[in-house]
Design a protein around this ligand. Sequence first.
Ligand code: 4G0
Length: 246
Amino acid sequence: MFQAPFSISIFKRAIDHNLVKVHIHNIRDYTHDKHHTVDDYAYGGGAGMVLKPEPIFEAVASIKSNIDLKEGSGTLPIILLTPQGRPFSQKIALELSKYSHLVLICGHYEGVDERVRQHLATNEISIGDYVLSGGELAAMVVVDAVVRLLPGVLGSEASALDDSHTSGLLEYPQYTRPEVYRGWAVPEVLLSGNHAQIAKWRRKQAILRTLECRPELLDKANLSPEDRKLIDGMKEGEDSGISTGH
Ligand code: 4G0
């Protein structure tokens, strides 16, 4: 399941260039019984199985023993992916990108024994308000978001710090050739070569999109007094003359 995402595109390059290493561990390998039991019925009853604590604690202990944290870089985040965790964000991705090592624990079934959360995990993260059949996809989402922030992983042309969710606004619309597709023309200003006008148009579009799709982001965004004036005008329902198209 982890193979495909990590063997294509930026991951393959990052791994091949030794910018990152990803190790997959199966908790079944840390069981001692003949059936390699990793789950059991829930105390108190109820449908579904619960992941047992022992294989998870033993897997993490073994992984830890193989990590040598450089002096000073201190702590090792042990992250449990569950729907009950803190909502994942670009800010958390940036924080996680500063650590030399991360351990991610993928929950499964109806859940994980609470002692894993209380006494093993240092962080509990959710990638969104929905339930997946396992934490693996959630872990891959976190790893993807973190790895693209590591120095040298993205091409120099695309700065990870330059994109949406760092500025706090949604991104402005992008166009490439052809200039007219099925009668839909690229906005004139983008062909003008007037860089000041283009920057102004893009800023306005970013604000407009954010206002329409994610208004709550505007409260936290870093906005100039000029941006604020623009927004106040849009909120009053005045015709901005620009449509986001959705
Ligand atoms: C632990 C993460 C793990 C508990 C994991 C489910 C969604 C996410 C799992 C459960 C996951 C997310 C209590 C259902 C595995 N689903 N949103 N599934 N419970 O990050």
